[in-house]
Each structure stands twice: as structure tokens, then as C-alpha cells.
Design a protein. Structure first.
Length: 161
């Protein structure tokens, strides 16, 4: 094997190890999603018909997510404008393998009430129910290359924990 080839192999290996390191640091590897049962008051809440795929709803959700509707509600400041987390511990919404296990009622509950012992606070006093559904429809695009997607069709119940 010539020197040039050796160099290529070495470069390939270091790229792979970088991918490995970053791959584990993000995307829930260190921060697995837990799926406690949805409380009764949220269990019957569902995304309004057609909203996952409605471009107008998704666009309104984007404004909420990015703090354009209300500067005090800036999901992007922790979750990143493209769903790639900015604050350590925040959920990576680009990871479809996690997001497919989010039922609409679980997702809505978490946004409404927050996640105990994390920086994720309850948004129900800042956002109406409709606004919470809109921001969800937008968040869902991160795992779909920025396009609206019908989450109800890809939902898979979480594995037993
Ligand atoms: C101050 C930082 C911060 C802000 C602002 C924030 N989040 Fe979060 N969010 C977090 C963190 C940290 C987690 C991780 C909690 C966990 O590990 O389950 C999280 C988790 C989530 C989850 C996943 C819940 C779960 O059980 O895994 C959703 C959905 C979510 N956030 C949506 C939003 C939405 C929508 C907004 C804006 C209305 C928002 N977040 C604003 C920090 C934030």
C-alpha cells in the first residue's frame, strides 16, 4: 500500500471516529426518551384532523417555535432552529427513531406541562391549546427534512420500559 493510500485510510478512520463521537453525543444516545403514561386529562387530546400536513398550520407553528409570536416562548433557543439541540440535554427532534414513539397526546402533554427536573418548562400558560398543536406540527418537520409529515401514520408505541 502506497503512502497516499495509507493517508486516505487514516483520514477515513478519523472521519468515522468523529461521526461516532458526535453520533453518541447527540440524538438521545446519552439522554434516552422516557415515556411515562400520559395523565388522564391529556390522554384524549389529539392533533386536529389534517393539521400535521397543513402548510399554514406548520408555518404558524414555526413562528411560535422561533419566538416570533412571543419572545418569551422561544423553543429554538434550546432546541435549535433546525431541531438540532443548542442546550445540552434538549431533545433532538431530527431523530425520527425517537420521535416516531411520541403519541400526539404524550407530545402535547409534555409541551403543556413540561418535563420535571429538566429545563423544559410548562408552556400551557403561554400558549393556547391550538398554538401547542401548531408548534408540534412544525417540530415534526425536523425529522422529515423540513417537510410536513403525517405523524399519525408513522406512530409506533414506545417499547416497554
Ligand atoms: C430552556 C430550554 C428549553 C426551551 C425554551 C424549550 N425546551 Fe423543550 N426541552 C428542553 C429540554 C432540556 C428537554 C429534555 C427533557 C427530557 O430529557 O425529556 C426538552 C424536551 C422537550 C420535548 C420532549 C419531551 C420528552 O418527554 O422527551 C418536547 C416535545 C419539547 N421539549 C418541546 C418544546 C417546545 C414546543 C418548546 C417551545 C414552546 C420548548 N420545548 C422549549 C429544553 C427546552
Amino acid at each position: 500500500m502506497g503512502r497516499v493510500q495509507m493517508g486516505r485510510v487514516a483520514a477515513g478512520l478519523s472521519v468515522m471516529s468523529l461521526l461516532f463521537i458526535f453520533g453518541c453525543g447527540e440524538g438521545g444516545g446519552e439522554n434516552p426518551v422516557v415515556f411515562p403514561p400520559v395523565p388522564a386529562e391529556y390522554a384524549d387530546k389529539h392533533m386536529p384532523d389534517g393539521w400535521w400536513m397543513d402548510p399554514k398550520i406548520v408555518a404558524e407553528g414555526k413562528d411560535i417555535f422561533e419566538g416570533k409570536l412571543d419572545v418569551d416562548v422561544n423553543c429554538a433557543s434550546c432546541h435549535g432552529r433546525d431541531g438540532k439541540p443548542k442546550k445540552r440535554g434538549a431533545r433532538d427532534f431530527r431523530v425520527g427513531e425517537n420521535m416516531k414513539h411520541f403519541s400526539d397526546s404524550f407530545w402535547f402533554w409534555r409541551i403543556s406541562e413540561g418535563v420535571p427536573n429538566t429545563k423544559m418548562k410548562a408552556w400551557k400558560t403561554k400558549l393556547t391549546e391550538e398554538q401547542r398543536w401548531k408548534v408540534m406540527a412544525y417540530e415534526n418537520t425536523f425529522a422529515h427534512g423540513g417537510q410536513p409529515a403525517d405523524h399519525s401514520k408513522e406512530y409506533v408505541p414506545p417499547p416497554a420500559q
